[in-house]
Design a protein around this ligand. Structure first.
Ligand code: SF4
Length: 160
């Protein structure tokens, strides 16, 4: 299923273009741990960013990645941040201007644009419709694999 999702997201990137992100400095002391998952019933979407930052720019989700970033973030990481921004907007009524991908060597801000939001919604709809037709079936029983997967928030076959 991951391969199929990668194909879907790659195709969308060609048509809409995902924001590449920009390197930022973020004060880690401002990061607050998130305890409760966010849930949007419209898309049956759930997810929990690792941290939230509340500052003059708004409410910013942070996703921690243990690896180093060598080039641009993966599409799956960008969609993961987009899903958190979407969930914050839908559940708390506060639209984050961006989200942060925290890699071991740098922090990257991903702008939560209207285009990225629409790209996320299109991807969710495509995954759900193809999943219903069983074109996309999970090919494994590994919860750990799902735990580390960037599509976890939007995947309706995730094991966790
Ligand atoms: S969450 Fe699990 S089932 Fe869904 S795409 Fe990722 S690895 Fe596959």
């Amino acid at each position: 299923m991951g391969v199929a999702l990668f194909w879907v997201s790659s195709r969308q990137r060609q048509s809409t273009g995902l924001p590449p992100g920009k390197v930022i400095y973020s004060d880690h002391n401002q990061w607050g741990k998130v305890e409760t998952p966010l849930y949007d019933p419209t898309f049956n979407l759930t997810g929990k960013p690792d941290y939230l930052v509340e500052n003059q720019e708004g409410l910013i989700p942070v996703e921690v990645k243990s690896r180093r970033l060598k080039a641009a973030p993966y599409d799956s990481h960008i969609y993961q941040i987009a899903a958190y921004c979407f969930l914050i907007d839908q559940t708390l009524g506060i639209r984050p201007p961006f989200g942060i991908l925290h890699y071991s060597n740098q922090d990257i801000a991903i702008d939560y644009t209207r285009e990225l939001e629409q790209s996320l919604i299109d991807l969710i709809r495509e995954i759900r419709s193809q999943s219903r037709r069983r074109d996309l079936d999970r090919s494994h029983q590994s919860a750990n694999r799902c735990r580390g997967c960037g599509y976890n928030s939007i995947c309706d076959q995730a094991l966790i």
